[in-house]
Design a protein around this ligand. Structure first.
Ligand code: ZN
Ligand code: ZN
Length: 135
């Protein structure tokens, strides 16, 4: 499935072909801190199926205690995370689902990882009182 991605200000634009059933949620502490949110939602794209069309993302290189390196690409102007670069042990890009125009056309996430770091209220989010737009 073809997806169109961009940062919030629009300086970075990319496209990819992805498997819409491969969305994943990560609850790890890095994803919480790097998104400023409760968890990250991402979908993989192989390098052959990814194309950066415009812009020059900044990259924050995170080196884990294990030595593995992860390049987190983001927009230097608006700060939006856009994708993770291929890594030593993972050859694929990981597109940040919130930056994709087709994010609501992808299948629901197929898997959650790092659930031992999941915030306690996340599994009960359907019980939280809601309004359909900002109050
Ligand atoms: Zn931007
Ligand atoms: Zn994570």
């Amino acid at each position: 499935m073809k997806v169109d991605g961009h940062c919030h200000c629009g300086k970075i634009i990319y496209e990819a072909n992805v498997d819409p059933t491969s969305v994943q949620i990560c609850h790890c502490q890095d994803c919480q801190t790097l998104t400023g949110s409760a968890f990250r939602v991402a979908i993989p794209a192989t390098p052959e199926n990814f194309r950066l069309l415009q812009g020059d993302p900044r990259v924050y290189l995170k080196v884990a205690d294990s030595g593995s390196r992860r390049g987190h690409a983001f927009c230097g102007d608006c700060g939006a995370p856009v994708f993770r670069l291929p890594t030593d042990n993972n050859p694929n890009y990981a597109l940040r689902v919130g930056g994709l125009d087709q994010r609501d056309e992808l299948e629901p996430p197929a898997r959650q990882i790092w659930t031992k770091r999941r915030l306690s209220w996340v599994t009960a989010i359907g019980n939280i009182p809601e309004v359909s737009s900002q109050i």
